[in-house]
Design a protein around this ligand. Structure first.
Ligand SMILES: [Fe+2]
Ligand SMILES: [Fe+2]
Length: 417
């Protein structure tokens, strides 16, 4: 109980600071007090050739190849969809009124390939990784890189398959998907290389064949993928700008690549905006189902990020970020962007929204603890906790939504940092 009270009061303190910033219309991400990781102090036992996986508590498939983290509700998924339905949606034969002008413009953008020469590594990567000496921090870096790599690779697989399957029925849309899969392959490859700086990489070919694929109907792919691209943009750019302003936390060079990298994600999101616009019933203000699904996907994407990141405070404090402020900043900005196209979004700037998210973090912590418990009563004890978790989610979902989507917003000029 004492721990719980301490957690609540920490959360309240953060609430207070968030309220003031939200009232001014933006959320500045401030450096967290705490560790500054000094690079290249000494090479850890792991990096010096010990068994990295064993040292850090990971399982290895074979030497230097990490067994992928167990799949859960909060881990990145691989997706598949109804490709026949997708073909029909974008076939000009079946949909002669499909407005192709935006797709043509998107294709030209992707063909420019702005980041063709961006993802080139240098010698600093390995030195910097070796300089991150604390085993628990190395572990958390690997987890961050693995999570990001899996999410990027998931995009690569889905877009590649869509590019292949739509080639005949809609060559322009297919070509865009293929070029987006090019981008995601670069992102995933770059992250996997970064993992190997810490001594463990993923076998992406093995994952392709062995990971579960979640089936989503095309319309759910559009909502979910639009959001994951836009939230990806806001995460990358926020970390980049924060480290530009606070270079003392620049402990690993990958973050310096995030500025151009996030432009890829933004372009991917813009293409999904065009896809959604081409299916007006999915973003119509008069369609209750569209509004409910819009809110549902916003909720699941925001909550997943919030809970995941709050299990990894150590990572964010290592790069000088306060997890809560960083997350709320990303959620607020993603929600504002999303409001340009989704017919409903969540009222994330209402302080109640964050209050419930913070309660969810605590309940999720209780669930994780019960999951690890050997007690024969743990199963029973979980029931009220799961009920509480579901109730909080429902409360968030039922909060008065933001009516959105009809206004053509001017691009917001003010940057947040
Ligand atoms: Fe990406
Ligand atoms: Fe992307």
């Amino acid at each position: 109980m004492a721990t719980r009270t301490a957690q609540v009061s920490r959360v309240s303190a953060r609430n207070a600071s968030f309220k003031g910033q939200a009232a001014r219309g933006h959320v500045a991400v401030r450096p967290a007090a705490g560790k500054n990781v000094s690079a290249a102090r000494f090479v850890t036992k792991c990096a010096a050739g010990g068994n990295v996986a064993e040292e850090l508590g990971f399982k290895e498939m074979r030497k230097g190849i990490k067994e992928a983290s167990e799949e859960s509700l909060l881990t990145p998924r691989f997706y598949t969809t109804d490709f026949d339905e997708m073909e029909q949606m974008f076939s000009q034969e079946i949909q002669p009124n499909l407005d192709m002008a935006e797709f043509d413009a998107c294709l030209l953008e992707f063909q420019e390939d702005y980041n063709q020469k961006h993802f080139v590594r240098n010698n600093d990567f390995k030195t910097a990784a070796a300089g991150i000496e604390d085993p628990s921090l190395r572990r958390i870096f690997i987890e961050f890189l693995e999570r990001s790599c899996t999410a990027e690779f998931s995009g690569f697989l889905l877009y590649k398959e869509l590019g292949r399957r739509l080639k005949k029925s809609s060559p322009v849309v297919a070509e865009i998907f293929t070029l987006m899969s090019r981008d995601e392959a670069r992102h995933a490859g770059f992250l996997n290389k970064a993992m190997s700086d810490f001594g463990l990489a993923l076998d992406l070919g093995f994952l392709t064949k062995n990971r579960n694929y979640t089936f989503f109907k095309p319309k759910f792919i559009f909502y979910a993928t639009y959001l994951s691209e836009k939230i990806g943009y806001w995460r990358y750019i926020s970390i980049y700008r924060h480290l530009q302003s606070n270079p003392e936390f620049q402990c690993y060079p990958i973050f310096q690549y995030f500025e151009n990298w996030c432009q890829d994600e933004s372009r991917h999101g813009d293409f999904f905006t065009a896809l959604l616009k081409s299916q007006p019933e999915l973003v119509s203000n008069n369609d209750l189902e569209a509004k409910l699904w819009s809110r549902f996907f916003c909720l699941s994407v925001y909550v997943t990020m919030y809970l995941n990141d709050h299990q990894r405070d150590e990572f964010y404090s290592a790069i000088g970020l306060d997890t809560t402020q960083f997350n709320m900043h990303v959620i607020v900005e993603t929600n504002r962007t999303t409001a340009r196209i989704f017919p409903n979004t969540l009222d994330v700037e209402n302080p109640k929204f964050k209050e419930i998210l913070d309660e969810l973090v605590i309940v999720n912590g209780d669930l994780i603890a019960l999951g690890k418990s050997d007690s024969p009563m743990a199963g029973l004890q979980k029931i009220p906790v799961v009920t509480k978790f579901a109730t909080l989610l429902l409360q968030l979902f039922l909060m008065k939504p933001v009516e959105s989507g009809t206004v053509d917003f001017e691009e917001q000029k003010a940057l947040v940092f």
